[in-house]
Design a protein around this ligand. Structure first.
Ligand code: SAM
Length: 350
């Protein structure tokens, strides 16, 4: 355990005892969860729910039977939500470095076995920078999630590399984390409270995309973003003009993804078969794909749907034989101005 690990563990075992102890608006409450998820969250033990410190929603669709890993699971709220989505034929493993967090997760394991009718979860103590040390089979996970933890990691490149190694080909890294609109000053980075509150370790967005690409995750897709308000006045004074944002992202382990979105004249048709998404499927904030409608896509989006667990839910039109130039409409640049507007109009986080 290095000094920052010790400091962060201390923060989550002694300083913070409940969601209400946090000093920013980063955390999402159950009220802002979508209607289909609320009954699943309500089945989770109240103590687990009261110690939830996530900053987004990490429950992607189509998880029945999936093998899922949660990096920095805390007391296990997302593990127990995902366990219900994965069902008795799936499994969910949560990893965390803080004993006190894991103890709460384990303490309520029997409660959830009774509530769900099966036990498909496991918790492991470890560092997300050292996933190889956990004895997990490389290439064995369909989906890896993480909720407000990667910013706390001391070696973020190792986290992305480790996650990619553990994913199956076509697997998905779906996570929420905090990003900044600029590189942080040393004063902000070295402040223990700002670090513990998930701000001091936040990556500048463009540095994140470089790191992800170096680890083999090209073309990160943004599902959702919103600005974070530092609600504690003393803390706000220390962050100055830096903008912090909670971003939910999906990265796919796909070899053929290009740096830019390219147009090969391809399209997809969504069949409406994903549970809870009969009318449309939202791949990311630029791709709201209506059921039955021919939807033009770039080569990367085509692969994200054709070479992943989503394949059977779509018909695919075209191939990669002719290139028509760059594809417009998949976004690009700093993603944050839209988030500010959304917040001004009162948009919710999840
Ligand atoms: C902000 S909390 C989020 C917890 C959980 N994901 C949730 O949504 O409630 C951060 C968690 O990450 C864990 N953590 C931080 N850095 C870690 C690391 N390098 N390796 C493993 N766990 C870590 C902490 O112990 C803490 O439980």
């Amino acid at each position: 355990m290095n000094t920052i690990h010790e400091q962060v563990s201390e923060y989550y075992s002694r300083e913070i005892k409940a969601t209400s102890d946090l000093k920013t608006s980063a955390c999402c409450d159950t009220d802002s969860a979508p209607a289909w998820l609320k009954p699943l969250l309500n089945r989770i033990h109240p103590e687990v729910r009261s110690r939830y410190y996530g900053c987004g929603l990490v429950c992607p669709p189509l998880l029945e039977g999936a093998s899922i890993l949660d990096l920095g699971c805390g007391t296990g709220r997302d593990v127990y939500a995902l366990a219900q989505l994965a069902g008795r034929n799936g499994r969910v493993i949560g990893v965390d470095m803080t004993d006190e967090q894991l103890a709460v997760a384990e303490e309520h394991r029997n409660y959830h076995t009774q509530a769900f009718g099966y036990d498909n979860v496991d918790f492991k103590k470890g560092y997300i920078e050292q996933l190889d040390a956990l004895g997990l089979e490389p290439g064995s996970f369909d989906v890896i999630v993480s909720n407000c933890v990667i910013n706390l990691a001391t070696d973020k490149a190792a986290v992305f590399q480790g996650a990619r190694r553990l994913l199956k080909p076509g697997g998905e890294f779906y996570f929420s984390d905090i990003y900044a609109d600029r590189r942080l000053s040393d004063a902000v980075r070295n402040d223990p409270v700002l670090y513990g509150e998930c701000l001091g370790g936040a990556l500048y967005w463009n540095d994140f995309t470089d790191l992800a690409r170096e680890a083999g995750f090209n073309d990160p897709r943004i599902v959702n973003e919103r600005p974070i308000h530092v609600t504690d006045p003393a803390l706000a004074a220390r962050t100055g003009s830096t903008g912090f944002y909670s971003v939910t992202l999906r990265l796919f382990k796909l070899d053929g993804l290009e740096n830019e979105c390219e147009d090969y004249g391809q399209a997809v048709i969504y069949h409406g078969t994903i549970p809870d998404s009969p009318h449309r499927f939202e791949l990311d904030r630029h791709h709201l794909i209506e059921t039955g409608k021919v939807f033009p896509v770039c080569g990367n989006t085509w692969r994200m749907l054709h070479e992943t667990r989503f394949r059977d839910c779509f018909s695919f039109i075209g191939d990669f034989s002719t290139h028509y130039g760059q594809f417009t409409g998949c976004g690009g640049g700093l993603p944050f101005s839209k988030a500010q507007e959304a917040n001004d109009t009162g948009a919710s986080c999840c």
